[in-house]
Every structure is written in structure tokens, then in C-alpha cells.
Ligand binder design. Structure first.
Ligand SMILES: N[C@@H](CCC(=O)N[C@@H](CS)C(=O)NCC(=O)O)C(=O)O
Length: 202
């Protein structure tokens, strides 16, 4: 498998899952502004959406979208327990979380980044929306060690990655004790440390 990525973006989530799953993979860095890969190839010819993550499968198919990619990788190594089997309701709750993180968190972060030039009036509206999601998550984490239950799954990698974007915004989660404790714990995972180091983030 080959992961097209840009450091610190949402492609960090499948990067973490590739390491947690222990599969063979390679990585190609993409410049999202020029849409060129590190070797100068036209990234739009690989993924016409022009977005990372993009996963090239061993059969040469291209897979896109974080939830689909992390599920695909996790399914290659069921013994790693990164996603539950489809014959359990646990599986569907994990998909529920991936979808929630994608639509309610990931997409709502976008207007907060300076390069998006979002009209000022919209910023506090988005921040309020995100803070209410963070409070919801904080309450869940008061009861659970990980976001979907008692062990690390694909949903934790995605939640960790979007929460890493907070320092680039004016969002303040210092009062959300359970969420902060959880993020500190997740960050210490050896495969996450390795992924952060490989992307030049620590
Ligand atoms: N819905 C997509 C969103 C992917 C996405 O927004 N990727 C960002 C990085 S976090 C990107 O590649 N942005 C470049 C662009 O929009 O031109 C997914 O789940 O993979």
C-alpha cells in the first residue's frame, strides 16, 4: 500500500493506522498547493479530488476518504483489533464515530484556518459549534478510556488528528479535563510517536 500524505493533515490518521496495523506501506508526500507529489508527479492524475489521504492499494486501485481508508487498513489485520467485526454492533458504533468526526469536527475546523479567508462573522459561530461537540466528547471520555470503548480503534486515531489542529485556532479546550487526559494518553502511543516523527511533527 502507498499513502499519499501531507504532514499534520488528516492523512496522519491513516498513517497512524498503517503503523498500528503493522502492514507494509510506503509514503509519498504531496504539496497540496501545487498538487504535485514529492517526485513532481501531477497529484490530480492520481486523485482528481486533489486531497489527502489517498491510498494506492496493492491491486492498483485508489481509495480516498479517511473513514474508508482507515477501515480498509484495519480490516487487513483483524487481530490488531483496530475495528470490530461487522457482525457486532460495536462495529457500527465505530463507523458512527468515524462519520461524526468527519462531518461534525473535521469539516468544521476548515473555516478556522487562516488560508480559508472565512468571513470574520462566521468564525464565532463555528467555534461555538465545535466547542459543544468537544464538551459532548469530554463527557463521553469521563466514562470511557477510548472514544468507542475500552481499547484504541480507528476512531481514536482520527479524533487525535483533528484535535491536534486546535493550537492553530483560537479554540480553548483547557477546561475539558477528560479530553485533555485522553489526548495526552493517545499521544504517548509508540506508533503515534513514530508517525509524528516521520512527518516531522516532533
Ligand atoms: N472528505 C475527505 C477530506 C480530505 C481533506 O479535506 N483533506 C485535506 C487535508 S486535511 C486536503 O487534502 N486539502 C487540500 C485541498 O482541499 O485542496 C476525507 O475524509 O478524506
Amino acid at each position: 500500500m502507498k499513502l499519499y500524505y501531507a504532514p499534520g493533515t488528516c492523512s496522519l490518521s491513516p498513517h497512524i493506522i498503517l503503523r498500528e496495523a503493522g502492514v507494509d506501506f510506503s509514503m509519498v508526500r504531496v504539496d497540496l498547493m501545487s498538487k504535485k507529489t514529492e517526485s513532481g508527479d501531477n497529484f490530480l492524475a492520481i486523485n482528481p479530488k486533489g486531497k489527502v489521504p489517498t491510498l494506492l492499494l496493492d491491486n492498483n486501485e485508489i481509495l480516498t476518504e479517511v473513514p474508508a481508508i482507515v477501515k480498509y487498513i484495519a480490516d487487513q489485520k483483524p487481530d490488531r483489533n483496530l475495528i470490530a467485526s461487522t457482525d457486532t454492533t460495536e462495529h457500527y458504533h465505530q463507523i458512527e464515530w468515524l462519520n461524526y468526526i468527519s462531518s461534525e469536527l473535521h469539516q468544521n475546523f476548515m473555516p478556522l484556518f487562516p488560508m480559508m479567508a472565512t468571513p470574520e462573522v462566521y468564525i464565532p459561530i463555528v467555534m461555538k459549534k465545535l466547542m459543544s461537540h468537544f464538551e459532548y466528547i469530554n463527557n463521553i471520555l469521563a466514562e470511557r478510556a477510548y472514544i468507542t470503548g475500552d481499547h484504541f480503534t480507528v476512531a481514536d486515531s482520527y479524533l487525535f488528528v483533528v484535535m491536534r489542529w486546535i493550537p492553530g485556532t483560537k479554540l480553548d479546550i483547557s477546561g475539558l479535563v477528560h479530553l485533555n487526559k485522553y489526548l495526552d494518553k493517545i499521544r504517548q502511543r509508540p506508533h503515534i510517536q513514530d508517525a509524528l516523527e516521520a512527518e516531522g511533527l516532533i
